[in-house]
Structure formats: C-alpha cells, structure tokens
Design a protein around this ligand. Sequence first.
Ligand SMILES: NC(=O)c1ccc[n+]([C@@H]2O[C@H](COP(=O)([O-])OP(=O)(O)OC[C@H]3O[C@@H](n4cnc5c(N)ncnc54)[C@H](OP(=O)(O)O)[C@@H]3O)[C@@H](O)[C@H]2O)c1
Length: 331
Amino acid sequence: MEKGAKIYVAGHTGLVGSALVRALERAGHTNLVLRSHAELELTDGAAVRAFFERETPAYVFVAAAKVGGIVANNSYRAEFIYQNLQISANVIHESSRAGVKRLLYLGSSCIYPRDCPQPMKEDYLLTGPLELTNRPYAVSKIAGIELCWSYNRQYGTQFIAAMPTNLYGLGDNYDLETSHVLPALIRKAHEAKTRGDKELVVWGTGNPRREFLYSDDAAEACLFLMNLPVEKFGTFLANESAPPLVNVGCGEDQTIRALAELVAEVVGFGGRLVFDPSKPDGTPRKLQDVSRLKALGWSPHIALRKGIARAYADFQSRFGEIASADAANTR
Ligand SMILES: NC(=O)c1ccc[n+]([C@@H]2O[C@H](COP(=O)([O-])OP(=O)(O)OC[C@H]3O[C@@H](n4cnc5c(N)ncnc54)[C@H](OP(=O)(O)O)[C@@H]3O)[C@@H](O)[C@H]2O)c1
C-alpha cells in the first residue's frame, strides 16, 4: 500500500479496527477514511454505495461486524446472520464496483467445523458440521470468504480473507453479556480482587483449549498480508480450487483453566478458581495451523502474559474505578 493511498477501515472503532488504525498510522499511512457506525450504516446498501462512489478508497479492511461471545451468538441468532451477511455483501460488492485495489476481509476461526482436526488448516473449511452456538455467525463469515473468492474469479479483484484466532487487546469489550472469554476473565478477576472474594467462578469445565493473539499483532499480520508483493499475493488469487484464505494466529493454545490462572496472576487475584460445568464449553479445542502465514514470513511479537498485562492496564484506565465501585456494591 502506497503511503498516500486512501485506505478505508470499516469498523475502525472496534477491537480489530482500532488496532488496524494504529498499525496503519505506525506505518506512516495518513490518508485513512474512517466512518463510525453512527455515520455509516453498513447494512444499508444505498448508503454504502454512496460512500464508495464518493470516497473511492484504494484499499479496504473489513473489520466491521456484529460480534459477540457464546451467549450473544446463541441468543441473537437472526441478527448475527442478517447483519453480518448484509455488511459483507455491501462492502465487498461496492469495493469491487469502485475498483478497490486490494481488500482484506476479517472472519474468525469459528468458520471451521466443530470437530475439525487440530490444528485447523485453511483446507478444512466446509469439511464438516459447524459448532451450533455460533453457526449463524460462522455461516455469514463463510459467505464473506466466498464473496471474496467469487469476485476475484469473476471480476479479477484482489480480495483476501484473514481468519484470526481469539483476539484481545486495547479497547476490548468488557460487557459480561457480550464479551469473549479473555476480557470476561480479566473483568471477573478484577472485580473478585476488589471485593476480596475467596473464590472466582469460571464458566465451563476449564478443559477446552484456546489460542489467543494480541489485537495489535493481528493488525500487523493484516498489513503484512495487504503489502505482500504481487507474486505472493497472486498465489491466493490464481487458485481455482481453494478460497483466498489465511489463518492469523500464534499457533499455540492452552486450556481455559491455564488461561484463568494466568489472568488471576496478572490481575493479582489470590483466591481459588472454581469451574462451573453447568455452563457451556463450546468447541473442545481451537488451534489454528498458521504455517501458511509463517511461510509467507510473519510471526507474532507479543507473548500472552505481556498482552494480558497490557489489556488489564487498558481495562483499569477505562473502567477500573467503575468496575471497582460495581464490585463493592454487589458485596
Ligand atoms: N475479537 C476477536 O476475538 C476476533 C477474533 C477473530 C476474528 N475477529 C473478527 O474481526 C472482525 C472485527 O471484530 P472485533 O472484535 O473488532 O469487533 P468489535 O470490537 O465489535 O468491532 C466491530 C466494529 O464494527 C462496527 N459495526 C458493527 N456493525 C456495524 C454496522 N451495521 N455498520 C457499521 N459498523 C458496524 C462496530 O461499531 P459499533 O460498535 O459502533 O456498532 C465496531 O466498530 C470480525 O469479523 C470478527 O469476526 C475478531
């Protein structure tokens, strides 16, 4: 991406989008086009068309999506599939019409089958049944990948799909109704520490294995992919039997139990961890095979402990006092 090129980051206020903006600014890109959800409703096809016709960005990152954890995905199934299909179709279609040079579409590792062999390779897409709790979301993200592939094949676009593993980092969502496991653990550990609790209840058995990547690392990987030289980027486009898909992860996982212990240590909660097996575990294991990304020349920089410490510092600066007061009130 040329330094002065116009770059649109859809969803720039989100976890991934904000990390993308930081990464682009670090790399010296100054011509960023950013619209908040309030300014541009991406499920509105006419509004998206008008935006692309007016702005004609050269590069597009699609980090806008309706996103949530198990509870939100399972409860708001219709909204998750409808809104995400609309966002993906509108942004990808209008990017093609507007002659965008390259587009990077963000999906997630939930696109792979529930009982996928581990680690999950890109080739395992659509080889088995999906996890039921987030199936509507996963199907919408698979449709996004298929859109990228189809536009590449029919119109010669250069659209690529990146599938990050579980992400966490600055500006994460700490609402326990809608958050992912790691930010939820950070908040719960902080509140338990503040109340002086002896126990911290963690959802599920603690046995599922998960992989985590710091959001700034994921953003760096996305920029790396967008900047691949033509001969390497082209390998994703020329393939008629496989979609233009790359896993983005660190290639290492741990149990939720080990993760909870690490969070408790970083946050400074000294009590006991109690696991509640009546709550859903979700997929037993999720570890991405990142050999494709590694072979291209990228690997992460921020280790899990360091990333959790940064995320916790961010949580404290944003919510520390409020969360502590809430914790004190529920004593
Ligand atoms: N977080 C993770 O662990 C993770 C892991 C793997 C992949 N990903 C992928 O990365 C992408 C972004 O996830 P995220 O975690 O950054 O989500 P996020 O923090 O919830 O951010 C989503 C962004 O999209 C915007 N948005 C949502 N609906 C919109 C709409 N209808 N019109 C315009 N803007 C809209 C949001 O704005 P408002 O907040 O104002 O609605 C926000 O800026 C998703 O495709 C997700 O699957 C995330």
